[in-house]
Design a protein around this ligand. Structure first.
Ligand SMILES: Nc1ncnc2c1ncn2[C@@H]1O[C@H](COP(=O)(O)OP(=O)(O)OP(=O)(O)O)[C@@H](O)[C@H]1O
Length: 203
């Protein structure tokens, strides 16, 4: 099924801010990993919220065709302190109707993809910041989103782990998801197939 997200003449300002960006046009398809770049305060998170339809843009519009499920991975990971890592990843799989056994197997694979197999049985409260963030990515991927929005996925990671995450997000896109990443990280930017640079479209 065709999946496309289009931004048409997008612009946004909050009351009290100047225009963050204006006249933004783009078309996104599965297979693309799109980096949203630009300095702090340029509107990267705001544009993610617009793509998620949580924020209505001041001008222009977003067209979402064939996008049933949107996944969000926020900058600050949140989980249930006493629940194990693998439980967090199982939940969306059980919600999609998989049996407990199938969900555990798929969750285990997702944890491995994000280099988390070692901490599968640890409670969320014992994970490091970087592990917790990767767990949120693994969980989001298991909900099989058509559009995956990710805010600063590598901010808390060392370079080697960041490279694993960037490569895994590329593989997720190849599986049929449109991946959009707000990032300051030049390595993440370089790993993206496309870049929307808000520094160059700022009003
Ligand atoms: N709900 C809101 N109401 C008013 N102003 C807001 C609101 N949300 C964000 N802003 C302002 O809009 C601007 C853009 O914020 P945004 O979080 O989108 O930037 P960003 O590029 O993601 O920044 P960073 O890289 O620091 O995360 C900032 O000046 C911010 O203070």
């Amino acid at each position: 099924m065709l999946k496309t997200v289009r931004g048409i003449g997008l612009g946004h300002r909050f009351s009290g801010t100047a225009d963050l960006f204006t006249g933004l046009d783009f078309e996104l398809q599965p297979g693309q990993v799109v980096g949203l770049c630009g300095p702090s305060g340029s509107g990267k998170s705001t544009l993610l919220s617009i793509l998620a339809t949580w924020v209505v843009p001041s001008t222009g519009r977003v067209e979402r065709i064939g996008i049933a499920r949107t996944g969000w991975v926020f900058q600050n990971p949140f989980g249930v302190r006493g629940r194990t890592a693998i439980d967090h990843v199982c939940l969306p799989l059980l919600a999609r109707g998989l049996s407990r056994r199938a969900a555990l197997a798929r969750a285990g694979e997702a944890l491995e993809r994000f280099d988390l197999a070692r901490v599968a049985r640890q409670p969320f409260r014992e994970l490091s910041g970087g592990e917790a963030q990767r767990l949120m990515l693994a969980r989001a991927v298991c909900s099989a989103p058509d559009l995956l929005l990710v805010d600063e996925p590598t901010a808390q990671l060392d370079m080697a782990t960041a490279a694993t995450v960037n490569a895994t997000l590329g593989a997720v896109a190849q599986d049929g998801t449109i991946v959009v990443i707000a990032t300051h990280d030049p390595h993440t930017r370089a790993a993206c197939t496309d870049v929307i640079d808000l520094a160059t479209v700022a009003a």
